[in-house]
Design a protein around this ligand. Structure first.
Ligand SMILES: O=C(CO)[C@H](O)[C@H](O)COP(=O)(O)O
Length: 224
């Protein structure tokens, strides 16, 4: 069943995924409505535990709340030290894709199986300083790779251009993988990532820092 969800994400790409980190948590219903009206086809949820990263956000209740508000695919980015402890709960909450960090789980075969056992798309993320070789043991098992173009933890950081080479390398070595990039994605940085073969573009400030989400999304799409 994870194949069905994977196909939905593939069919949506290239896609801009708003990162629900800097949005108005006091009015998620209207945030989702505004994003859907802007033509968004999937949402990216930033789960942080204050341990793997020095920031604390939210967990399953927000995922479950969003699940009630929309049928859009929910791409849940687990910036947490012990993802295996929460996979079952995030599955029950309605996640469509769960992405863990390779720095948190260097040998992730069992975790990937656990994610797939719920019919959920499995992604692996890596921070800019982590060598690409760290991924070599799991690239044939995961469905997606999230290339971080900033250090995981906070929005509004500057894009690290090294991410473009990483995307290119992954696209060449593993043409079947869904590729995602996150951090500092704006009209100036989205194009090179797309040309490098990236499918999904996670965007925080460049959408939530604007009054008109539809115009912000249009500008990003035009820059693809
Ligand atoms: O995962 C994240 C940080 O860890 C955010 O998704 C990311 O930083 C998006 O924000 P911006 O587009 O402002 O860089």
């Amino acid at each position: 069943m994870h194949q069905e969800r994977l196909t939905k994400l593939r069919n949506a790409s290239p896609a801009v995924l708003p990162s629900l980190l800097q949005c108005d948590f006091g009015d998620l219903r209207s945030e989702v409505e505004r994003l859907q009206a802007a033509g968004i086809r999937a949402l990216h949820l930033d789960v942080m535990d204050g341990h793997f990263v020095p920031n604390l956000t939210y967990g399953m209740p927000i995922v479950a709340g969003l699940r009630k508000l929309t049928d859009l695919p929910l791409d849940v980015h687990l910036m947490i030290s012990d993802p295996a402890a929460y996979v079952d709960d995030f599955a029950a909450a309605g996640a469509d894709m769960l992405t863990f960090h390779i720095e948190a789980v260097p040998e992730p075969a069992q975790l990937i199986q656990q994610i797939h056992s719920h019919g959920i798309v499995a992604g692996v993320a890596l921070n800019p300083q982590t060598p690409m070789e760290a991924l070599s043991g799991c690239l044939d098992q995961v469905d997606a790779v999230l290339v971080m173009s900033v250090n995981a933890g906070f929005g509004g950081q500057a894009f690290d251009p090294e991410a473009v080479q990483r995307l290119q390398q992954l696209r060449q070595s593993h043409p079947e993988l869904l590729l995602e990039v996150d951090g500092g994605i704006k009209p100036e940085t989205i194009g090179p990532c797309h040309q490098a073969g990236c499918d999904l573009f996670v965007v925080g400030s460049a959408i939530f820092g604007q009054d008109d989400y539809a115009a912000a999304v249009r500008q990003l799409r035009d820059a693809l």
